[in-house]
Design a protein around this ligand. Structure first.
Ligand code: 9MR
Length: 374
């Protein structure tokens, strides 16, 4: 009898352990962080068109927010004046509706991926301030109105401020001065008064950059123009920035009365060319084997350090969850990550949560556990 009771309790314990293990395993990023902030991913065309079942499942099971990695950029969505190409963006927004995602539009006004028609006349000369305003207004109104109520937040302006706190000398700035930013926010607000509006940038932890962004945020607010959040892209390396630099930025932006969105998170596992940080598309370096050391997989010790770095960031995000609205990874799997080609083309990087076969890396469970044990 005693023997039977012991075996029965052993069976019961084994079952309950395995149910527990099962439950732990079935927790996903979005369920683990549901009370903290949205967890998102940037989608390329393959995910938007649901070309791969495995990656679709990852998107819909793990994330509750999506952003368009490329298809809403001006050169894709309005390649020639007045000629809009909406096929990809329509599919992206429809996917967001289908899976009830917090859908983000990226990006309305950006100096890069911008067709030259936007700021030149038929002779190739810069247009007047009035013409540029009209073009910005038409671009923003057309896109934002089309997705009104469906796209919940817009990266209205992207990457307009430099690390030294000066304004980037883009065509928008050259023709309209700093005023192009308030104008872009005003046009977006007119087109969809309920959408959240963000200013998005990289290297957003540089002190001088923080100062100028905050000045710009305060200027908008004082003029009654809405800005809901600052997007911190967070394309970061193993070497930097430090957690203290990052925390300082989060606290400063929040104290200016805006939410923080971590908008393009990825952590490169590869060595960084000296002095490079952030995501300035123009900063590229010649290929060199030294910069591509892990073509056949990450060594265990490097992977562990990389996981720790992600864990440090998520601990920080959890600590400041009252200030953070969303954390979005810039892509789903390592195979499509832009980091394979930036800042050195043709490398094998490991910056994201899902590997080249679309399997969750061990980091996913660690990040889920952090939320569970907070
Ligand atoms: O990940 C994007 C890559 O596929 C594009 O080629 C590149 C140029 O449009 O843009 C990348 O995304 C950028 C984002 O739109 C803005 N912040 C920096 C990102 C990485 O360059």
């Amino acid at each position: 009898m005693k023997q039977v009771i012991i075996s029965l309790s052993f069976v019961a314990l084994t079952i309950s352990n395995s149910i527990f293990a099962q439950q732990e395993k079935s927790l996903t990023l979005k369920s683990a962080y549901k009370d903290d902030f949205f967890i998102g991913a940037a989608l390329g065309l393959s995910e938007i068109y649901e070309a791969d079942q495995k990656s679709n499942d990852v998107v819909k099971n793990q994330f509750n927010s999506i952003v368009a990695e490329n298809c809403m950029k001006s050169m894709h969505i309005q390649p020639r004046e007045g000629e809009f190409f909406f096929d990809d963006a329509d599919r992206f927004v429809a996917l967001g509706e289908k899976y009830k995602m917090f859908t983000i539009g990226h990006t309305l006004i950006w100096h890069s991926q911008l067709s030259s028609w936007f700021f030149t006349d038929k002779n190739g000369k810069d247009v007047s301030a009035e013409v540029l305003k009209q073009r910005m207004k038409n671009h923003i109104h057309t896109i934002v109105t089309r997705y009104k109520g469906k796209v919940k937040g817009w990266d209205v302006v992207n990457e307009a401020i430099m690390e030294d706190g000066s304004y980037r000398k883009s065509k928008f700035y050259e023709i309209l001065g700093e005023e192009f930013i308030p104008l872009a926010f005003k046009y977006t607000q007119e087109a969809d008064p309920d959408a959240e509006l963000y200013y998005n940038d990289y290297n957003e932890w540089y002190p001088k950059k923080i100062e100028t962004i905050i000045k710009m945020v305060k200027n908008l607010k004082s003029r009654g123009i809405r800005i809901d959040g600052v997007g911190m892209q967070a394309h970061v390396a193993m070497e930097g920035p430090t957690m203290a630099e990052y925390e300082n930025a989060i606290e400063k932006y929040a104290s200016a009365g805006v939410k923080i969105n971590i908008t393009e998170l990825d952590i490169s596992a590869l060595p960084v060319p000296k002095g490079q940080s952030g995501a300035n598309v123009a900063d590229t370096y010649a290929y060199n084997k030294e910069f591509n050391p892990y073509v056949n997989g990450l060594p265990k010790d490097v992977e562990e350090k990389w996981e720790d770095r992600y864990a440090d960031f998520f601990r920080l995000f959890l600590k400041h969850k009252d200030k953070i609205r969303r954390v979005t990874l810039w892509g789903v799997t390592d195979s499509q990550s832009w980091k394979n080609d930036y800042p050195v083309k043709g490398r094998t990087d490991y910056a994201l949560f899902f590997d080249r076969k679309c399997n969750a890396k061990p980091v996913v469970e660690k990040i889920i556990k952090l939320a569970e044990t907070k």
